[in-house]
Design a protein around this ligand. Structure first.
Ligand code: HEM
Length: 424
């Protein structure tokens, strides 16, 4: 192993309070001064901050492995620093060639055509959750964050009315500071509950196939055989974790920004067809998944830095998305920016499998909020950000007032319809 000192060394911790407060500035400084740098936080890791190094690392799976290597950085989820105490996640913790057949199975139910079939489900939950607040004229707008969890659970054939339990587990592991009481509760109570419930669901679906995504995974073939329960569970826990927090993070940040920029909000109200392009820009500037990790697989040089086998590396999509070498006026939010080659969904073979689903949900949520309660005013003194912005950025609480409107679901219950249909 190389004994060259790791350098340059920087003071950086993406889970610190300082980072939560100033992450845009901290990443800017890193890009300008040392786009690849070593920090001693959390046992030590490299931070990749500019577009070029993020691009190269995410397309070099031999050197930057996504695989789970418990011998480096301890046990746990390989793509976060520190490693989160979750089950093994497929396909995000696999390198090629094992990765490919699993990703193929995931793609079948997340491709654009499959997501089109979810349009009615998405619309149902967006309409229903807005119904729960629309007559009151005041609410916590973060309620829209319940939509992605409900849609994902419905899609998997799980009970969407229990969405809060899944948010407490999977979202908290990335939105709370490691070691905080919420984080401990997620790791010790909420995640075991998810594990038990989802495993029971897999067993139930093996005996009673349905038309849901869980049944699709149970029936998918990998290397000429059916997946076992552990493999199906690995995929389900990942899509729940991917589905629950990220889209909520995107939409909460976008809605607060639209309140702060009333001219831009009015443009989207006047022409809702602009929302599709605007969502791409919101993905770029807000980067819901701020950064994920890799493990370096050999002693070598990367962007002039002496990296060593077993070193951990944080790949910052958020920082790459504001690199002036790639984006003109990167700190300006231009809702008409196009083309927009942001990396909010990652890059390379692990690029987000749920990007179409995430975007479909975000567009519907933003369109309905703007058309049904478009004059909302945010009480900015009382918004609450996620305490930790290192992995997922966003808001827990967004107190708003608005002109009351009408409920639209009528007598259709929020949860019964889809779940009952799929429960078989
Ligand atoms: C705005 C919403 C979303 C954002 C910003 C986002 C972001 C990301 C990013 C950055 C990655 C790359 C991981 C890596 O390279 O290590 C990823 C992977 C992934 N995401 Fe998403 N995601 C979103 C929504 C979703 C949704 C709704 C799902 C549910 C189906 C999902 C499922 C996945 C899966 C399964 C992977 C792993 C892909 C692989 O390893 O091949 N994501 N996501």
């Amino acid at each position: 192993m190389s004994d060259q000192p790791r350098c340059p060394v920087t003071h950086f911790d993406h889970h610190s309070a300082e980072h939560a407060e100033n992450h845009v500035e901290i990443y800017r400084k890193l890009r300008e001064e040392s786009p690849v740098a070593w920090t001693e936080a959390h046992g030590g890791y490299w931070v990749l901050a500019d577009y070029q190094s993020v691009f190269e690392a995410s397309r070099n799976d031999d050197l930057f492995s996504s695989g789970r290597h418990d011998e480096y950085g301890g046990p746990g989820l390989s793509v976060t620093i520190p490693k989160a105490p979750t089950a093994f996640h497929i396909p995000i913790e696999l390198d090629p060639p094992h990765f490919r057949p699993y990703r193929k199975a995931v793609n079948k139910v997340t491709a654009p055509a499959a997501v089109e079939n979810l349009d009615a489900v998405i619309k149902h939950y967006v309409t229903g959750f807005i119904d729960t607040i629309i007559e009151k004229g005041e609410a916590d707008l973060a309620i829209v964050a319940s939509v992605p969890a409900s849609v994902t659970l419905d899609w998997l054939g799980l009970d969407p009315s229990q969405y809060q339990n899944y948010v407490d587990a999977m979202h908290t592991l990335v939105a709370a500071a490691p070691g905080s009481p919420e984080y401990q509760h997620a790791a010790e109570v909420a995640v075991p509950w998810v594990s038990k419930t989802v495993r029971e669901h897999i067993a139930h679906r093996r005996a009673n196939p349905s038309d849901d995504a869980t049944t699709h995974f149970i029936e998918s073939e990998v290397d000429g055989r059916r997946m076992d329960d552990d493999e199906v569970y690995s995929i389900l826990e990942l899509v729940i974790s991917g589905g629950v927090g990220t889209t909520a993070s995107l939409v909460t940040q976008s809605l607060v920004w639209l309140y702060q920029n009333p001219d831009q909000r009015q443009r989207l109200i006047d022409d809702p067809s602009m929302v599709d392009i605007a969502v791409e820009e919101f993905l770029r500037v807000f980067s819901p998944t701020q950064a994920l990790a890799r493990t370096i697989m050999e002693d070598t040089e990367f962007q002039g830095c002496p990296v060593r086998k077993g070193d951990r590396a944080l790949v910052s999509w958020a920082s790459a998305n504001r690199d002036a070498k790639q984006f003109e006026n990167p700190d300006e939010v231009d809702i008409t920016r196009w083309p927009n080659r942001h990396v909010a969904f990652g890059l390379g073979i692990h690029r987000c499998a749920g990007s179409h689903m995430g975007k479909a949900m975000a567009r519907e949520m933003i369109r309905q909020v703007l058309s049904r309660m478009g004059d909302y005013e945010v009480d900015l003194d009382n918004v609450v950000r996620y305490p930790d912005q290192g992995t997922n950025a966003g808001f827990h609480t967004i107190p708003v007032t608005f002109t009351p409107g009408e409920r639209l679901l009528g007598d259709t219950p929020l949860f019964a319809e889809h779940y009952t249909k799929q429960k078989a």
